[in-house]
Ligand binder design. Structure first.
Ligand SMILES: *[C@@H]1O[C@H](CO)[C@@H](O)[C@H](O)[C@H]1NC(C)=O
Ligand SMILES: *[C@@H]1O[C@H](CO)[C@@H](O)[C@H](O)[C@H]1NC(C)=O
Ligand SMILES: *[C@@H]1O[C@H](CO)[C@@H](O)[C@H](O)[C@H]1NC(C)=O
Ligand SMILES: *[C@@H]1O[C@H](CO)[C@@H](O)[C@H](O)[C@H]1NC(C)=O
Ligand SMILES: *[C@@H]1O[C@H](CO)[C@@H](O)[C@H](O)[C@H]1NC(C)=O
Ligand SMILES: *[C@@H]1O[C@H](CO)[C@@H](O)[C@H](O)[C@H]1NC(C)=O
Length: 453
């Protein structure tokens, strides 16, 4: 028995590294689950707030230093990752032999790949029926001795006769399953022996069949297939016509950002969260209009001590819709916008009922994108600069009877006190080709027409 387990383990451990040299590059597609439009922004804010709670929870669980001192409140929902249908992306993943295709949420903020598996006691019927392990010739359960099992964050897994079992409890229920390996097919490339979660009990949302984790930890797709880098280019919701909206995601040698205006900044590791899945960058400055905000290395930097903050820092996340800045940094941004909007004679509007903090009357100056809002530039360590396009930081949340913009809001919000991490969400990543170069330890980006990447 032990020999079999050891052989399986060796197989599992060897296949990704063997593959790495064979894999040159592949391309897949990201599909926006719902485009943001005036009525949908509030839903996006609500979904984000759940996701943010999950991220902080997961961060607490992942950080070995933090785990000992942070109490785990499991009522925070794992499900909320899937409920972020107001503004997330699905990617098609085919699993097994013969392959079955599932539309799963593409998430750079987590690492586990998982889908619903039969027999399933509590599964969402949509968008696809659960995966049938018994119908695949390449399916096998992972033994507890597998290193992949050890990679599951500690409060979430146990080992018993079922195998390497994960169990994520939340307020109204839970999702649970076991780790297995399968042949995965993505964008025309195939990878045998990829570890993934087979969820057999779920109360998940119905817009995705699971998650493909693209984070930095060993269980993620990028880590397991050994591609070393990936990039994507998210098309703006504003470009959406009937059938549009699909955005490219590129892996391995196909993932490169070219052009004259490529900006790069190092990917960081948070010393407080050594095994974190997150892609941390060093946000060193923000300019609003003509004003350079007094950002210091502590504003958006890592924080010491686990009591407050879960380690701080700034992450780039595909699964969060809007952008969230820690309290002090947000306050600077807000002050600068308020004073410059006052100079431009823009009337502020109470944003509470739209779920936002800073909104203004867009009917002045003819409405819509004609309203002169201050420009926004983000600066990162290494000299990288991102001049954010207007539509990636200001959104129309209400229209008048003729469909013209009535109220617009800043698509940047204060992070909750508890979270104290800043998150660059997917709306702010639109119209950019972004590259996560894990091998090179760099995050790069360049303005791009994503329809032509
Ligand atoms: C977890 O949080 C929920 C909601 O915030 C609260 O009702 C519950 O009592 C908390 N549970 C624990 C064990 O702290
Ligand atoms: C293993 O643990 C899971 C979660 O606690 C449970 O659902 C399952 O029935 C257990 N399997 C066995 C064989 O005890
Ligand atoms: C998905 O769930 C939502 C809310 O639970 C429901 O309104 C919607 O109709 C469901 N969609 C499908 C396709 O089942
Ligand atoms: C703002 O309004 C004041 C008073 O009506 C006017 O003098 C000023 O020129 C306006 N400023 C701008 C930027 O429109
Ligand atoms: C905005 O409106 C909400 C209720 O809709 C109210 O509680 C809040 O105090 C208002 N904020 C400001 C700044 O007036
Ligand atoms: C971020 O960049 C600033 C300015 O270059 C530097 O002082 C700081 O040490 C950097 N922080 C980290 C965590 O690398």
């Amino acid at each position: 028995m032990e020999a079999t387990a050891a052989a399986m383990l060796a197989l599992v451990l060897l296949s990704p590294t063997t593959l790495a040299t064979d894999v040159h590059g592949f391309r897949a597609t990201l599909t926006r689950i719902h485009q943001l439009s005036p009525g949908k922004y509030s839903a996006a804010v609500r979904c984000d707030s759940h996701r943010l709670a999950f991220l902080s929870h997961a961060a607490a669980a992942a950080g070995s230093k933090a785990t000992t001192t942070t109490t785990t409140n499991s009522s925070v929902s794992f499900q909320t990752l899937l409920d972020n249908s107001a503004g997330a992306y699905n990617m098609d993943l085919s699993i097994g032999t013969p392959p079955v295709t599932f539309s799963v949420l593409a998430d750079t903020g987590s690492s586990l790949i998982w889908t619903q598996c039969a027999p399933c006691t509590e599964c969402a019927a949509r968008p696809a029926p659960p995966f049938q392990p018994a119908s695949s010739s390449t399916f096998s359960k992972l033994p507890c001795a597998s290193s992949f099992c050890q990679f599951l964050t500690s409060p979430y897994h146990t080992c018993n006769a079922t195998g390497c079992v994960y169990y994520y409890p939340y307020g109204m229920g839970f999702t649970a399953g076991y780790l297995a390996t399968e042949t995965l097919h993505v964008g025309g490339a195939s990878f045998p022996g990829v570890a993934f979660g087979c969820s057999t009990e779920n109360g998940v949302g119905n817009s995705s069949s699971g998650i493909v984790g693209l984070g930095r930890s060993p269980l993620s797709l990028v880590s397991q297939v050994g591609v070393g880098r990936f990039s994507y280019c998210l098309r703006s919701d504003a470009d959406a016509d009937a059938d549009a909206g699909d955005s490219p995601i590129l892996f391995g040698s196909l993932a490169k950002v070219t052009g004259g205006n490529v900006q790069s900044t190092p990917l960081l590791e948070n010393p407080e969260m050594p095994s974190s899945s997150y892609y941390y960058v060093n946000l060193t400055g923000i300019t609003v209009g003509a004003t350079d905000l007094p950002v210091t290395s502590t504003t958006f930097g890592f924080t010491r001590g686990t009591g407050a903050g879960l380690g701080g820092g700034t992450i780039v996340d595909s699964g969060t819709t809007l952008t969230y800045l820690v309290k002090e940094g947000y306050a600077m941004v807000k002050r600068a916008f308020l004073s410059q909007m006052a100079m431009a004679n823009l009337t502020t509007v109470n944003g509470t009922r739209f779920g936002f903090d800073l909104c203004f009357d867009a009917t002045a100056a003819g409405g819509g994108s004609g309203v002169p809002v201050p420009t926004l530039v983000l600066r990162f360590a290494g000299g990288a600069e991102y001049a954010v396009r207007r539509r990636s930081y200001v959104g129309v949340v209400a229209v008048d009877s003729q469909g013209r913009a009535a109220v617009e809001c800043l698509l940047v919000l204060p992070a909750s006190e508890k979270l104290s991490i800043s998150i660059i969400g997917n709306v702010m990543q639109m119209d950019l080709h972004v590259l996560y170069d894990l091998d090179g330890g760099m995050f790069s980006f360049a303005p791009a027409d994503c329809a032509n990447v």
